[in-house]
Ligand binder design. Structure first.
Ligand SMILES: [Fe+2]
Length: 166
C-alpha cells in the first residue's frame, strides 16, 4: 500500500472561479457531515457543467493531470485529465464515499463493491454518466484511446488515503 500523496498528487491549486461555481450547485441540505453517494453525484453533475470549458494540461512525461477544484471540511472535488492509455490501477478511497462523471472523451472502469458477492465488471462511461459509490467500492479507471478524457470526482470525507491492489 502507498498513500495517495505518494501515488498521484501533484501540487494543488484551488481556483476562485471553481469555488464560486460549486456554491451554485451545493444544496443546503448537504450540511457539514459526511456526504453520501447521491449527494456527491449531485455535486459532480454541477461541477461538470462548470468544468466543461476548463483546460488542464498534462505535463511532459505525465499520464494524467489533476486540479483540486473544491475543498471543505466534508467534501473535496477534483478535475482529472486522462491521457491516451493512462490508467489508475485498482484502488479504494480510504473509506470515503465518492462520485465521478465523464466530462469529455472516453473512460473504461473495472469495478467491484467489496461489500457484495458480485463479480468485478468492466463498463464504459458515457459522457455525462455518473458513478456513485460507498466506502467499500474498489475500481480501476483508464482512458483507452485519444483524445484526452476529462472527469470530475468528489469525495466525502475528503480523501486522505488510497490503497492500491495488485
Ligand atoms: Fe477512484
Amino acid at each position: 500500500m502507498r498513500s495517495l500523496e505518494e501515488a498521484t498528487r501533484p501540487p494543488l491549486a484551488v481556483t476562485p472561479s471553481s469555488v464560486v461555481s460549486l456554491s451554485t450547485v451545493m444544496h443546503p441540505s448537504f450540511g457539514a457531515g459526511v456526504l453520501g453517494p447521491d449527494a456527491l453525484a449531485v455535486a459532480v453533475e454541477g461541477l461538470a457543467r462548470s468544468a466543461a470549458n476548463e483546460r488542464l494540461d498534462i505535463g511532459q512525461g505525465e499520464a494524467r493531470a489533476y486540479r483540486r477544484i473544491f475543498s471543505s471540511g466534508n467534501l473535496e472535488a477534483w478535475l482529472i485529465a486522462w491521457g491516451e492509455g493512462s490508467c489508475l490501477g485498482l484502488h479504494d478511497h480510504g473509506g470515503s464515499n465518492g462520485a465521478f462523471t465523464l466530462v469529455s472523451g472516453s473512460l473504461l472502469e473495472l469495478s467491484v463493491d467489496l461489500a457484495t458477492s458480485e463479480r468485478p465488471k468492466v463498463s464504459a462511461l458515457q459522457q455525462g454518466s455518473i458513478r456513485r459509490f460507498g466506502a467499500t467500492y474498489v475500481h480501476e479507471v483508464w482512458n483507452p484511446r485519444a483524445p484526452v478524457a476529462m472527469s470530475v470526482h468528489a469525495y466525502s470525507p475528503p480523501l486522505e488515503t488510497m490503497h492500491f491492489y495488485d
